[in-house]
Design a protein around this ligand. Structure first.
Ligand SMILES: Nc1nc2c(ncn2[C@@H]2O[C@H](COP(=O)(O)OP(=O)(O)OP(=O)(O)O)[C@@H](O)[C@H]2O)c(=O)[nH]1
Ligand SMILES: [Mg+2]
Length: 459
């Protein structure tokens, strides 16, 4: 494959070639769209799955939300104040400095909410940081104004405080607060709504919230920031459990087949336009990088231009494509592709199929026949991350009809919400293997739960 071809990417199809004249005149538009694509990819790297962004509802009533989120923290602050009355001046000063910074903090919080993902966590964190900053400033001022004698007098008190911090934290003397269901019901409601608005399936959102609740209730809050920490950790744990459907060692399985002298067969299915054909080209690139050769089976004999589209990728990637006439039996094409791989020692057969709505009985039957005849080792469901909850429903139907083995979610680069990634694997209990992150051959990422967690919680 020459460099020029490689760079032009899979979006540059034969269909596109037919529109070449038009494209030339629209060159500026095309350049503009390239820039937009690049920006999208950059955004993906920065952190997508923005269902953690502040939802509209929250923006409408930030004050109310502030109060709710700080309920537990306020209880602690009250405990702290009560206790501080009969303790050292230092502690009283710290409490008042916290109050002084409240106004400023709230202003900051409001700004933060506008950009924030799950900003009720971020807000708490910000508050913690601000409080600590305020304390440091207060301490510095006091030190400057105090004479050396006074400083000496304070030394034992400071030392005692230091010892206390080292032996379990500065709030260890206050009554420990145990989290009860009432304390967190508002936070959980807010979390639930954020998940739903992020297109997370209802039952998945419900499960996440239940899991977070179970994790939080009964935990002892010992210091400011604990609430935020506990909630974030509980949420991370819940999401990890949800998206971790066990990993599938695709390369390992391909290697096993290779050792047995058999080609490994992957059949790609999904509804129209999700990215099956493009993903096949990406997959061939990925496999080549790992030392495995591929052959394409053009089993989308239904859609006009589909064979040519795959052929175009095959040419660019310098791979063999097995094709028949349009409208011929797609199962026969898949069969021939497998035979070709066996005869020529190709490692992997990538079978393209036509897009079909899960409601189209004839096409669903045809898909079953392709599977029966070609006996794929792996049926890959290609879902469009942009479809949110619909992608989950479609995958469920495909799974019922054909028993899919794993999932690739495409267009994660353009995914405005991310709910699909969170729901799809969980609802049908199959692993997500890859994420499509753009339109070029290299835009295929292995899916790892930690990767998604990092995206979600990226600061
Ligand atoms: N942004 C982005 N676009 C993608 C991705 N994957 C595929 N596409 C685009 O989605 C469009 C449809 O891709 P195809 O590969 O033709 O989809 P398909 O599932 O084969 O479509 P049918 O054969 O009609 O069912 C093309 O414009 C692709 O370039 C992705 O990960 N990100
Ligand atoms: Mg296709």
């Amino acid at each position: 494959m020459d460099k020029e071809d490689e760079e032009s990417g899979p979006e540059d199809t034969d269909e596109d070639t037919q529109e070449e004249g038009e494209k030339d005149t629209d060159k500026k538009d095309s350049e503009k769209s390239d820039t937009v694509d690049k920006q999208k990819t950059e955004e993906t790297k920065k952190g997508r799955f923005s269902f953690f962004r502040r939802n509209k509802k929250e923006e409408e009533k930030p004050e109310e939300s502030d109060e709710e989120d700080e309920k537990v923290e306020e209880d602690i602050a009250q405990d702290e104040e009560d206790t501080s009355e009969d303790t050292s001046d230092d502690v009283t000063e710290e409490t008042s400095s916290t109050n002084e910074s409240t106004e400023e903090t709230k202003e900051e919080e409001k700004k933060e909410e506008k950009k924030g993902r799950f900003s009720f966590f971020r807000r708490n964190k910000k508050e913690e940081e601000k409080t600590e900053e305020a304390k440091t400033e207060e301490k510095t001022e006091t030190t400057e104004e105090t004479t050396q004698d006074e400083e000496d007098k304070k030394e034992p008190a400071k030392q005692a405080k230091k010892d206390e911090e080292e032996s379990g934290g500065m709030f260890s003397f206050i009554t420990k607060k145990t989290i009860k269901e009432d304390d967190i019901s508002d936070i959980l409601d807010e979390l639930f709504m954020s998940l739903l608005e992020g297109d997370v399936a209802y039952e998945v959102a419900d499960r996440i919230v239940e899991s977070v609740k179970e994790d939080l209730i009964g935990k002892k809050i010992q210091r400011r920031g604990d609430m935020e920490l506990f909630t974030t950790n509980a949420l991370k744990k819940a999401i990890t459990e949800i998206i971790d459907n066990g990993s599938f060692d695709l390369l390992g399985e391909i290697e096993k087949s290779k050792q047995n002298g058999e080609p490994y067969k992957i059949m790609f299915v999904g509804i129209n336009g999700t990215g099956k054909t493009t993903t096949i080209a990406k997959m061939a690139t990925y496999l080549e990088k790992h030392g495995y050769s591929s052959v394409f089976g053009a089993s989308d004999t239904f859609r006009a231009g589909a064979i040519e589209q795959l052929e175009h990728h095959a040419k660019k990637l310098n791979l063999k494509i097995i094709k028949h006439e349009r409208n011929s039996d797609p199962a026969a094409v898949a069969y021939d592709a497998v035979e070709h791989a066996k005869a020529t020692g190709k490692n992997v057969v990538l079978i393209d199929t036509s897009g079909r709505m899960q409601t189209n009985a004839n096409l669903m039957d045809e898909m079953k026949k392709i599977k029966r005849v070609s006996q794929p080792d792996f049926v890959m469901y290609v879902g469009d991350a942009l479809m949110g909850n619909d992608a989950t429903e479609q995958a469920t139907k495909f799974n019922e009809v054909i028993d899919i083995d794993g999932i690739i979610l495409t267009k994660a680069d353009a995914d405005a919400k991310g709910g699909a990634a969170l729901s799809i694997g969980h609802v049908i209990h199959k692993p997500i293997l890859f994420i499509g992150t753009g339109q070029s051959y290299d835009d295929l990422m292995e899916f790892k739960p930690e990767w998604m967690i990092n995206l979600i919680f990226e600061e």
